[in-house]
Design a protein around this ligand. Structure first.
Ligand code: NDP
Length: 457
């Protein structure tokens, strides 16, 4: 629109922003974006991608051990943390370059610096002031570090990705996604890991079977999981860090990492000055079209704290751009979004948990299989895989699917298609399995689990 520098100006250049900017530009919009760190955002720079590379690295330890029972010998590998971090950084640089190129090729102008809203159409970035018909806020989130004495000695996942050397004794605080993923990473790479969780079962909000079983599984891997435990004090000591727990115990460590949630990046960017409404958690309030209460300002991704997952941010960005610039109104559907925790073993799911389904539908059927994967019949490793389906008894519709096991994230993606299409249990049963796989359990489970039995286990 004449009179403004841009049709669309985006604050932040993470997944949702880049997707929105590219699509808007493809429809002919003049787009600018500002970023104060690196183009690509959390997922590319200090989230999903580097995390998964570290998960791969750490899993080799078990692979080497298991190989012996398959006839391999002479394996006495050692791990070099610095090589891993350098190679990971090289890949992040490559991806960062790709993202920049994608924006450049789409004609999106990148301005380095922190964007601050001045009014409903004006953004300040360093010594520049730009105007735009519409503004999209996509500033993501940031780790929350609770206010306890000595917290400045702790790190978050941001710093964990950049540690110059592996720490021998690591304490991880939290029982959610990041805590589980990093306890597995450090444990696999040879650190002694103590994980502290303040309640009685990790992964709050997940299916209860998953929560109970994951606690057992990570303990079997050697992680010292302490439930109903938190930190009261962190101090420097001659041997590293001295950490005082709510139980009264004191433990020594070389690093303490907090994975205690992330909060939306909404402070210091002028939102209050312009009157953009935030919710009680400090997230930008948006409607189903990602519109804020200010007509020209939109927001997508973690800053809106809807479902903080990269593919969700990407799709919110896409829906915004298609709607506003493509003349193709699209709303993000937040129902039945599948999820995965890249812990060891991994966890994934889609749809409702057993408790949610019981509350919403009342009469439900539960199907569950727990078994040792074929690979471990020779390795002897005591690792259990679990598949679980939750079915509406009245309609036979599958309401939820949950899995723990090495390929759980890969497997649940396909199940998510079926659930999104409102598949029935009979339709899953009529699907032929692929043998021998863990995935085939999803189409071969026939015995309902009695509720009493489910609760007792
Ligand atoms: P989560 O919300 O998943 O977990 C936070 C954990 O920290 C919970 O166990 C919580 O306990 C605990 N906690 C919160 N406050 C305190 C405190 N003051 N003291 C001790 N413990 C505390 O957050 P994460 O940081 O792990 O991840 C943030 C989000 O990022 C995730 O929710 C997810 O949306 C996204 N993410 C997704 C990934 C993926 O898709 N694989 C990977 C990583 C992140 P309680 O249960 O009691 O609240």
């Amino acid at each position: 629109m004449a009179g403004y520098d841009y049709d669309l100006f985006i604050i932040g250049a993470g997944s949702g922003a880049v997707r929105a900017g590219r699509i808007a530009a493809r429809y002919g919009a003049r787009v600018g974006v500002c970023e104060n760190y690196r183009v690509g955002g959390t997922c590319v720079v200090r989230g999903c991608i580097p995390k998964k590379l570290l998960v791969y690295a750490s899993h080799f330890a078990e692979d080497f051990e298991d190989a012996v029972s398959y006839g391999w010998s002479g394996l006495a590998p050692t791990h070099d943390w610095a090589t891993l971090i350098a190679n990971k950084n090289k890949e992040i640089d490559r991806l960062n370059g790709i993202y920049i190129r994608l924006l450049n090729n789409a004609g999106v102008e990148i301005i380095e610096g922190t964007g601050k809203l001045i009014d409903a159409h004006t953004v300040n970035v360093g010594d520049k002031t730009v105007t735009a018909e519409r503004i999209l806020v996509a500033t993501g989130g940031w780790p929350i570090m609770p206010d306890i004495s000595g917290i400045e000695l702790a790190i978050s996942s941001n710093e964990a990705f950049e540690l110059p050397e592996r720490r021998e004794r690591v304490v991880i605080v939290g029982g959610g996604y990041i805590a589980l993923e990093f306890s597995g990473i450090f444990n696999g790479l040879g650190s002694h890991v103590t994980q502290l969780y303040r309640r009685d079962h990790i992964l709050r909000g997940f299916d209860d079977d998953v929560r109970r079983m994951m606690g057992d599984e990570i303990r079997k891997k050697g992680i010292d999981l302490r439930l109903n435990t938190n930190v009261t004090l962190i101090e420097k000591s001659d041997a590293g860090l001295k950490i005082t727990l709510t139980t009264g115990d004191v433990i020594e460590a070389d690093a303490i990492m907090y994975a205690t949630g992330r909060s939306p990046n909404t402070s210091g960017i002028g939102l209050e000055d312009v009157g953009v409404e935030l919710d009680d958690d400090g997230a930008i309030k948006v409607d189903e079209w990602s519109r804020t209460n200010i007509e020209s300002i939109y927001a997508v991704g973690d800053v809106t704290n809807r479902l903080n997952l990269t593919p969700v941010a990407l799709n919110e960005g896409l829906c915004f751009a298609e709607t506003v610039y493509g003349g193709n109104p699209r709303k993000m559907d937040h129902a039945d979004v599948p999820w995965a925790v890249f812990s060891q073993p991994a966890v994934s799911g889609v749809g409702l948990t057993e408790a949610e389904a019981r509350a919403e539908f009342g009469d439900i059927d539960i199907y569950r299989a727990k078994f040792r994967a074929l690979r471990h019949t020779l390795s002897g490793r005591d690792e259990q895989t679990m598949t679980k389906l939750i079915v509406d008894a009245a309609t036979d519709r599958v309401l939820g699917a949950h899995m723990i096991g090495p390929d759980a994230p890969e497997i649940i993606q396909g199940i998510a298609v079926a659930i999104k299409m409102k598949a029935t249990k009979a339709q899953l049963d009529s699907t032929i399995g692929i043998h021998p796989t863990a995935a085939e359990e999803f189409v071969t489970m026939r015995e309902k689990i009695e509720p009493e039995k489910a609760a007792a286990e």
